[in-house]
Design a protein around this ligand. Structure first.
Ligand code: PEP
Ligand code: MN
Length: 360
């Protein structure tokens, strides 16, 4: 489904600030904690106050949320601070209770987005709502699950829809709790350009001292907002203690972040930008031509291997190419990770070609 006119950008129609800031604790713990944080976030850049009341924990035995009583505490937040309130919903019962208690924003968590059954149940329970509904990316880096969830909610005629990028789990060793895989969020935005895109640096990093940098990257990539877990006593939080920041740290961060404009009309800037883009277009064409030429040679090698009945994959040769190219790349300021990904893709395409040739 392409950019549907029904998916209007509610950020503009509701006159919400840029960036939209959603903050509050990972979990509502006590009424006192919920209200203390909310009062600290009143009169800041925060528009929506988040608090998990049903917590999806990967392993049982951890704190699983205070449940429906938390909705009463959040209503007090609304009354006392004027902040709008946001919770995660994971089934029809959660949705019904949230709507009864006039929750302003509901989000679907990463562990729910992976399940079309759950997403469908939530979509039906929310049918026609004018509340804001945000869909977190699925736990695993599977774009189609994320797109599928957007489509299911869209079919339920939910106008104020958006997405949250919270990173993806991986077996690879990484400094992140959930690796960002920024290109997946960008790909989703390309498919649905009118869907506001919010970044959740807390769940991406898992560490409070990394939250600022990921937030800045998100703003540099023109994300529409940030969801940042904020707690009055982060070290002693009942969930996600390592990644929550204090309200004071959040305020400081919002001051220090550089907010980018989507575009600029200034003539000199636009002239220089067009100039650079023209150069990029030429280089991209050259890249494709070079890759095409490389593939022709790989085809010739395929023919030679076929004649001599030699296997397609030559591991030693391949490792030698990789090692050389990583060094070359480094000298041009390209990361090892990028060079590896690039050459693995090129190599795979060559193998596919040679496979065809050798079996023809
Ligand atoms: C959360 O926002 O507290 C949460 C559980 O996040 P996620 O669904 O991204 O893991
Ligand atoms: Mn959390």
């Amino acid at each position: 489904m392409e950019n549907s006119p029904a998916l209007r950008n509610w950020l503009d129609t509701m006159n919400l600030p840029h960036p939209l800031v959603i903050a509050g604790p990972c979990s509502a713990e006590t009424e006192k904690q919920v209200l203390e944080i909310a009062h600290d976030l009143k009169d800041t850049d925060v528009s929506y106050y988040r608090a998990g009341i049903w917590k999806p924990r990967t392993r049982p035995g951890n704190f699983e949320g205070v449940g429906a009583i938390g909705l009463k505490w959040l209503q007090r937040v609304q009354e006392e601070t004027g902040l709008k309130i946001a919770i995660e919903v994971a089934n029809k019962n959660h949705v019904d209770l949230a709507l009864e208690h006039d929750v302003d924003l509901l989000w679907i968590g990463a562990r729910s987005t992976v399940s079309p059954f759950i997403v469908q149940e939530i979509a039906e329970a929310l049918e026609g709502t004018n509340k804001i509904v945000l869909i977190k990316n699925p736990v695993n880096p599977d774009l189609s699950l994320w797109l599928g969830a957007v489509e299911r909610l869209h079919k339920s005629n939910i106008k104020n829809l958006g997405v949250i990028h919270r990173g993806f789990s991986t077996y690879e060793k990484s400094k992140y709790r959930n690796i960002p895989e920024w290109q997946l969020a960008i790909e989703l935005q390309t498919r649905f350009p009118d869907l506001p895109l919010i970044n959740d640096p807390s769940h991406i990093t898992g560490k409070r001292d990394m939250v600022f940098d990921v937030s800045q990257t998100a703003l540099d990539l023109n994300f529409d907002g940030l969801m940042i877990e904020t707690h009055c006593d982060p070290e002693n939080a009942w969930s996600d203690a390592a990644q929550q920041v204090t309200p004071a740290a959040l305020v400081q961060m919002m001051q220090d972040l550089k907010i980018r404009k989507e575009t600029d009309q200034e003539t000199e800037y636009n002239t220089q930008l067009s100039n650079c883009r023209a150069q990029i277009d030429i280089i991209d064409n050259q890249l494709i031509e070079t890759l095409g030429r490389r593939m022709k040679v790989a085809n010739d090698i395929g023919q030679l291997k076929k004649q001599r009945n030699v296997a397609v994959l030559q591991t030693n040769r391949w490792n030698a190419i990789l090692g050389k190219m990583i060094l070359e790349g480094e000298s041009k300021g390209l990361s090892e990770e990028f060079v590896l990904k690039l050459f693995k893709a090129i190599h795979q395409e060559s193998i596919n070609h040679q496979e065809k040739i050798i079996n023809s």
